[in-house]
Design a protein around this ligand. Structure first.
Ligand code: OGA
Ligand code: MN
Length: 210
């Protein structure tokens, strides 16, 4: 039964699940097929040119505000059915969601994600992805869409590990980072050229009564 599941999944999903169990985060240097990375990058760039991305806010609900001193990216939420490329990505993430639920009993209900574009000169200060007033975000997943990212382009994701060390991950096209949202402080160092990604969160059911 299990084998049938795995055959319809991305082959790196079992490794990601193991990494999360062992260290709370996973970095896959090559995760997406090149054609899909290119299609997502083209869509993100086109929607940005059409003015569809908006300055990202900090916080949730009524406490939300745009604060460029904290984060300078512009975002657009992704909806099912908006494009073939996005649907393909959502399907891959659904495979990861099912694997996480199977192996960790996390009860992850959905995956919300947005395009993010950091113009040159922007960053996102150190933070956790779980909100104080909303603890549904459980696992974070970021896919990068940048061709030929060089060391001098900056824009690394810096993660702060439990042992006090840091790790810098360059936003190389097709690579994926996954981590436990409540546990891993992280930041985006200043990008010196346009930096594109899809950032998303697997969410648990909320506590609000329905
Ligand atoms: C975020 C975030 C990291 C990245 O959007 O919450 O931390 O590498 N993004 O884009
Ligand atoms: Mn974050």
């Amino acid at each position: 039964m299990r084998a049938m599941h795995i055959s319809s999944e991305h082959p790196q999903i079992p490794g990601i699940v193991d990494d999360l169990a062992n260290q709370g985060w996973s970095h896959q240097a090559i995760f997406l097929p090149e054609a899909l990375t290119r299609a997502l990058a083209a869509e993100c760039r086109q929607r940005a040119e059409q003015g569809e991305l908006a300055p990202a806010a900090v916080g949730r609900g009524q406490g939300q505000e745009v604060r460029e001193g904290i984060r300078g990216d512009h975002i657009l939420w992704i909806e099912p059915g908006q494009s073939e490329a996005c649907d393909h990505y959502l399907a891959l993430m659904d495979g990861l969601r099912e694997a996480l639920n199977r192996d960790f009993y996390l009860g992850l209900e959905d995956f919300e994600c947005h395009f993010a574009r950091y113009p040159a000169g922007t960053f996102y200060r150190k933070h956790l992805d779980r909100f104080r007033d909303d603890d549904r975000r459980t696992v974070s997943a970021i896919i990068y869409l940048n061709e030929e990212w060089a060391a001098q382009d900056g824009g690394e994701l810096r993660i702060y590990l439990a042992d006090g060390s840091e790790r810098d991950i360059p936003p190389v096209g097709g690579s994926l980072v996954v981590f436990m949202s409540a546990d891993l402080p992280h930041e985006v160092l200043m990008a010196h050229r346009e930096r594109l990604s899809v950032t998303g969160w697997f969410r648990r059911r909320g506590n609000d009564p329905f």
